[in-house]
Design a protein around this ligand. Sequence first.
Ligand code: NAD
Length: 278
Amino acid sequence: MLIGLVGRGIQQSRTPRMHMAEGAAQGHRILYQILDADAFPRGEAPLEKIVDAAELCGFAGLNVTFPYKIDVMAFLDELSPNARAIGAVNTVVFRNGRRIGHNTDKWGFEEGFRRNLPDAKMGHVLQIGAGGAGVAVAHALLSLGADRLTITDTNTARAAALVTQLSQNAGAAQVDAIGLDQLPEIAPTGVVNATPMGMAKLPGSAYPVELLHPDLWVADIVYFPLETELLAAARAAGCRVLLGSGMAVYQAVRAYELFTGRKPDPMRMKATFDAFIS
Ligand code: NAD
């Protein structure tokens, strides 16, 4: 089975290895090809052409990452309810001449959360970062039962747009946006970093670490490094923490199921991810 990952700057992605190792463990040969738009031998190629080429070559599906999760929707025949609600696709399945878009990032964050912070009180959650990944994370936080979800982003228009979008799926939950300068004025039960801050190339913490206290749980979706400055400070302050690897592994678990129709072993996929990190 051929599968691909479409994005930019994705040569170091851990996703191909997770799928191929899981396939091999199930006696199912998977070739997972990186389709890096920054590294095509003839230079730029429009996204539509990449999707067409993958389908023509018999790929079973594609994972889609930055910066194509929204743009790819224009080239699909159908969207899953999750993908439609979130407005982004990270998994495309080619089946019977149709292209079906899914979003497994949301379920990935949720499942990582359920398994690693099972008793965390949702209550009032603060999410910093309303970009491509943040949209799926925010929907996941509402599904996990947040009573109030506050979004902040240096790009205030982006935070406001996410609040407007979330309001349509929020049910009884309250959703609002605040400025970064207002962070000391709220008392959340949990904090989620969905910005790139904390990555090896962007050190620092988007959440002021002096606001951390032992009753908070803190999640980061950055996974390179796994222990970001925010998570290290949160641990030191006595907080329960959730690593970015949970979302990365479980989005792949769900995508594997969609591509192959088989149930993967999540622990085995996590072990592959962890081995690659170390
Ligand atoms: P993005 O660029 O689409 O969005 C990031 C958002 O954060 C932007 O809206 C930006 O304005 C905001 N931002 C940046 N610095 C900020 C700060 N200091 N304070 C407040 N807001 C700030 O990026 P993305 O695709 O959403 O990815 C964000 C991070 O999540 C990346 O590090 C990426 O590697 C990681 N990620 C992890 C997973 C996973 O499975 N764990 C999946 C996708 C992305």
